[in-house]
Design a protein around this ligand. Structure first.
Ligand code: T4K
Length: 397
């Protein structure tokens, strides 16, 4: 319990938590079941290249996403690159800047140019009206991003894309198990991409997947992620190695077994944070539509510096000193504020820039206890209630 400024670890007090509490640490899963699957794969002597566990994982992901095809990959970044190649994209791809660098890097790595547009401040997702206005003769596709699991304006983006005769793809790295108007994320646009990185609600250690209802496109993707093998003509155009291993699929399946428990825990954590901090001026939470399914893997808090009297970065430093490793969330800084994009032609995205300077991702997941949340909130409550004093003391130090 902090009573005086000197109790804050930033100013020499004892840290509130004994061990670092990381944001995005892996969720609980049945370890015995994982080892069982790994042993089975070893006995089966088929460890990659479309093995039985990979096929089972693909079926489970396709079912969750409500689509016909799932092509699993070694990670989501390669999955995004496979989309670029499979759709023969060239020139420019329009996307939000408020996303993890992987969305932009995947496109740039293949020699295309990401064109960043601003967000709708109400959702944090790309503003479809601005996407339409940014389309030029060089635009070959639109990439929407379901940021922090919040579905973007899928219908508007699909319409804009259709009006201009270009495809729209969705980076759904954060959005497995989410719905919009009752429709599961996975079936929108020409294809969608999930990430199964260790930090995601469903983890394959490293992994990704492309889901689509377009059978022919799925065949192209399947060939391209396996050196171009298996589809007439495509092999001559080459391919890459983007395959998922049996070990990753074993983890992915075991993590999927725990999906409902992980989401329940995330939802309870999100509700607990909101309840604990509801009465504090200057604090708000990024919301989801409670009528829709969401995986709630990110608890995103917004801090209004003027009201709180301390900046987002100072609050992060306060928390870090207490062993609470809260983060500037994915998308903060935004891509256009990062190299190599920052050195390009200047881009002003006022809604993006405002949001990224205010947000904090708080620790969540099924290994975070209610007591840990209570302690994190107590630190935030104390620091914000004494915001101006914390800022002044920090300046003196
Ligand atoms: N599109 C979007 C919108 C994305 O967010 C991502 C990735 C992608 C595409 C590409 O997906 P992948 O190609 O990765 O499948 C992490 C992840 O590597 C990345 O997957 C994720 N998004 C991104 C947002 O976060 P870093 O460099 O920020 O991770 P790191 O090491 O700083 O860890 C983040 C937090 O998680 C820390 O608090 C530590 C904790 N952590 C991390 C790991 C790896 C753990 O507690 N345990 C762990 O095993 O990129």
């Amino acid at each position: 319990m902090k009573r005086d400024l000197g109790d804050l670890a930033l100013f020499g007090g004892r840290a509130a938590l004994l061990h670092p509490l990381n944001t995005n640490r892996p969720n609980k899963f049945d370890r015995a079941r994982l080892f069982e699957r790994l042993n089975w794969a070893l006995d089966n002597q088929w460890l990659s290249n479309g093995g039985p566990l990979v096929l089972e994982f693909e079926d489970r992901v396709a079912e969750l996403a409500g689509v016909r095809n799932c092509v699993s990959t070694c990670n989501a970044t390669v999955a995004l690159q496979l989309l670029v190649r499979a759709a023969d994209l060239t020139g420019e791809v329009i996307m939000p800047s408020l996303t993890f660098a992987a969305t932009a890097h995947a496109v740039r790595w293949l020699g295309l140019e990401p064109v960043f547009v601003d967000i709708d401040p109400g959702t944090g997702c790309v503003d479809p009206a601005l996407v339409g206005a940014a389309i030029t003769a060089r635009t070959s596709a639109i990439f929407g991003v379901h940021l922090w699991g919040r579905p973007c304006a899928v219908d508007e983006l699909e319409k804009t894309a259709a009006d201009h005769g270009i495809p729209v793809f969705f980076d759904a790295a954060h959005a497995i198990g989410c719905t919009t108007e009752g429709r599961p994320i996975g079936g929108f646009g020409a294809a969608e991409v999930f990430s199964f990185h260790a930090t995601k609600v469903t983890s394959a250690f490293e992994g990704g997947a492309i889901v689509t209802d377009d059978d022919e496109f799925a065949d192209r993707l399947r060939a391209l992620h396996n050196f171009g093998k298996g589809l007439k003509g495509i092999s001559e155009a080459g391919g890459t190695n983007g395959k998922m291993s049996e070990a990753a699929a074993a983890m992915g399946l075991t993590s999927l077994d725990a999906f409902d428990d992980s989401v329940r825990a995330n939802r309870a954590n999100y509700d607990a944070y909101r309840a604990e901090l509801a009465d504090i001026d200057g604090i708000a939470f990024f919301t989801h539509d409670p009528r829709e399914d969401n995986n709630y893997q990110y608890v995103i808090m917004e801090l209004d510096e003027d009201t709180a009297g301390l900046s987002r970065d100072l609050l992060l430093a306060v928390l870090r000193a207490e062993n609470v490793i809260a983060l500037t969330p994915i998308g903060s800084p935004a891509c256009h504020q990062l190299e190599p994009y920052r050195s390009g032609p200047p881009v002003r995205l006022p809604h993006t820039e405002r949001l990224v300077s205010r947000v904090i991702a708080l620790p969540s997941g099924s290994t975070v206890s209610r007591e840990e949340i209570r302690r994190v909130c107590a630190i935030i409550r104390f620091a914000v209630s004494r915001g101006a004093d914390v800022t002044a003391r920090h300046r003196q130090a």
